[in-house]
Design a protein around this ligand. Structure first.
Ligand code: ADP
Length: 617
């Protein structure tokens, strides 16, 4: 054995790989002992070209191709293929060969090794699978994730949420690029510096609701992001990149900012209004007052929070306030009441208090919003007005009463004068007729005025007496008796209910109401049409509603309210006689009985007057 060959065998025994040699033409002519042991076959089955028998059939073609190429070009060769081990398992090998060139510049021999890389290959596959798995996980994670490599923060990996969040169409626009180039808009906002700092310090950094402008050029949009930036480390523990995990919380932050803004606007408004204002929880616990409340009451939130506001009430009125407030809290209905509140100076002023429930989408009360409006002056003015009105009504009563007598004198003495003059003809007779006519008008006016002021007068003198029950059938009978001749004269038809509910009120006064309504129905009839008056009564268990409907000239609905005013008339006196007091008297009587009166009119079709009166008992 040549010395060089012995050396080779010693070397072959000392290295873990298989060692082989081949002829310049590529015929295998030597395989180390461990190679033979490893493959578990004899030389005779390997040498020459038979070595291919040990190669996995799927890898043979490429094995031959690269070997042929190496021989043809006399260049070192490196490839990998599977070899069958003695136990029949296929294992990957890294196969390397180098040509030995002799003095004649020709290849004299090939030397090579086969290294079992199966374990390494498997580890690599596992790592690959592992990598694929965590990438899939990160891809599906409900967050935007990016992995940067090195101090330049090269985009190594991003998930689709990240691409979407930064307003890019495709991950390819980022991958492989330094962060500064991939997301240039972040440079001026200081976020790349932040990556630098985390990389340099090796310390994670987290921010909540960080404002950031994302997207390119005109597509830039403002977002709010919760993010963590963490340094990543290599196997030696050195920082080798950054891991960024971000959640876009723009919608949440924007919605909250909107709520904060409207809350701020509301508070500004509540502080600007000239009323005392406050807010309570659904259970009535007051948790906020505006500054005007504190200014007026001289209190602090601590001293009046919850229900301590009760100390600012008049103890005599408080129980009523509490009763009504509890009713509102239980029913969720608005609260509306006038009561006094004590000021910082110890004096009470009168406030109109309105409390509205604030409800959620499901209709549940979530808050109460209350205002107290100082109506002291208004109440005083109202009281003064009432007093002035009362004085005026008293005066009307006295004046109309006292005017009757002198007017009767004028009438009597005019008649006497005419009689004495022997009922003269010509101008004197005409003048006397004008005097008589005007005296008659004056008498009607005074009569109506007296009737009106009498209801006021009676009202006042008997205000403490509770109203007794009224007999509506009797009241209508009385009215039609008074109007009997007029009804017969025009041939009017009156239809009335056969039975009536019993209401609270005064029969005589309601007779007066009927008389006014029926006489109007007769008076405001259409020329050539026989008046038909239809009276109905309907009870709902609490109220009785009476309607008096006619087929007369009617009126425009817009006047339906004004005709109940004093001296209010829609027609000229020369067309229809009257004083404009009838309906005012009716209103007075009905309201005194705790009822209401209203009307509906249709021009040229008729009108209907309604009274609603509380039922007796
Ligand atoms: P008067 O009849 O003396 O004018 P009222 O107070 O009774 O006064 O009525 C006020 C006005 O209402 C009348 O002038 C008339 O224009 C209108 N009015 C009242 N009743 C009727 C009715 N039944 N149909 C049409 N208009 C009516």
């Amino acid at each position: 054995m040549k010395e060089s060959e012995r050396h080779l065998r010693v070397l072959a025994a000392s290295i873990p790989q298989m060692l082989w040699t081949a002829t310049p033409e590529g015929q295998l002519n030597y395989l180390s002992d461990q190679g033979l042991r490893y493959l578990g076959i004899g030389e005779e089955l390997l040498y020459g070209e038979k070595w291919l028998n040990a190669v996995h059939p799927d890898d043979r073609e490429s094995a031959i191709r690269s070997w042929t190429h190496a021989i043809a070009t006399s260049t070192p060769y490196e490839t990998s293929y599977r070899l069958r081990r003695f136990d029949g398992t296929w294992r990957w090998h890294l196969v390397r060969g180098v040509p030995v060139v002799g003095d004649d510049a020709k290849v004299s021999q090939w030397y090579g090794t086969c290294t079992d890389i199966e374990d390494q290959k498997q580890a690599e596959t596992l790592m690959q699978q592992d990598r694929q798995r965590w990438q899939e996980l990160l891809q599906r994670a409900p967050a935007a994730i990016a992995i940067f490599h090195g101090p330049a923060h090269i985009f190594e990996w991003v998930n689709s949420d990240f691409v979407r969040m930064v307003g890019r169409s495709d991950a390819a626009k980022l991958l492989g690029k330094p962060a500064r180039e991939g997301l240039p808009e972040l440079v001026a906002q200081g976020y790349i510096d932040l990556l630098d700092r985390v990389f340099a310090a090796g310390q994670p950094h987290a921010e909540q609701e960080a404002p950031v402008l994302l997207g390119e050029g005109g597509d830039a949009h403002e977002a709010y992001v919760n993010f963590v930036c963490m340094p990543t480390r290599d196997t030696q523990g050195r920082v080798d990149g950054n891991f960024v995990h971000a959640t876009d919380v723009s919608d949440l932050v924007k919605a909250r900012k909107q709520v904060e803004e409207s809350e701020r606007q509301f508070r500004t408004l509540a502080e600007t209004i000239p009323h005392l204002a406050w807010m309570a929880h659904a259970d009535g616990f007051i948790f906020w007052y505006n500054q005007r409340w504190y200014d007026y009451t001289g209190t602090t939130l601590e001293s009046v929070k919850g229900r301590n506001w009760e100390t600012l009430h008049d103890p005599d009125v408080l129980p009523r306030v509490l009763d009504q407030w509890k009713l509102s809290l239980a029913s969720g209905k608005p609260f509306d009441m006038i009561f006094p509140l004590k000021g910082a100076n110890g004096e009470f002023r009168t406030f109109l208090t309105r409390v509205e429930p604030v409800k959620d989408n499901g209709g549940r009360v979530v808050r109460w919003f209350g205002t107290n409006t100082d109506v002291t002056e208004q109440k005083r003015t109202e009281e003064e007005l009432r007093r002035a009105n009362r004085d005026l009504e008293e005066f009307t009563y006295v004046a109309s009463h006292d005017l009757q007598e002198p007017l009767r004198m004028v009438s009597i003495y005019t008649q006497l004068m005419m009689k004495t003059l022997g009922e003269p003809e010509g101008n004197l007779g005409k003048y006397a007729a004008v005097v008589r006519q005007n005296v008659a008008r004056m008498e009607t006016l005074i009569h109506d005025l007296l009737k009106f002021s009498r209801t006021v007068h009676d009202d006042r003198s008997s205000s403490s007496e509770p109203l007794s029950t009224a007999d509506l059938a009797a009241a209508l009978a009385e009215a039609t008796t008074v109007l009997k001749s007029r009804i017969e004269e025009v041939g009017a038809v009156i239809r009335a209910p056969s039975s009536w509910p019993v209401v609270r009120g005064d029969t005589d006064q309601l007779a007066h109401v009927f008389q006014n309504l029926v006489s109007n129905a007769l008076k405001y009839s259409r020329p050539g049409t026989k008046p038909e008056i239809h009276i109905c009564a309907h009870s709902d268990g609490v109220q009785c509603t009476i309607s008096v409907e006619d087929n007369g000239i009617g009126f425009e609905q817009q006047h339906a309210e004004s005709i109940f005013g004093l001296f209010k008339r829609l027609h000229r006196r020369d067309a229809y006689a009257g004083t404009g007091l009838g309906l005012a008297i009716c209103k007075r009587i009905v309201e005194r009985a705790g009822g209401k009166i209203w009307a509906e009119g249709r021009p040229d079709q008729g009108s209907t007057f309604y009274l609603s009166l509380p039922l007796a008992g």
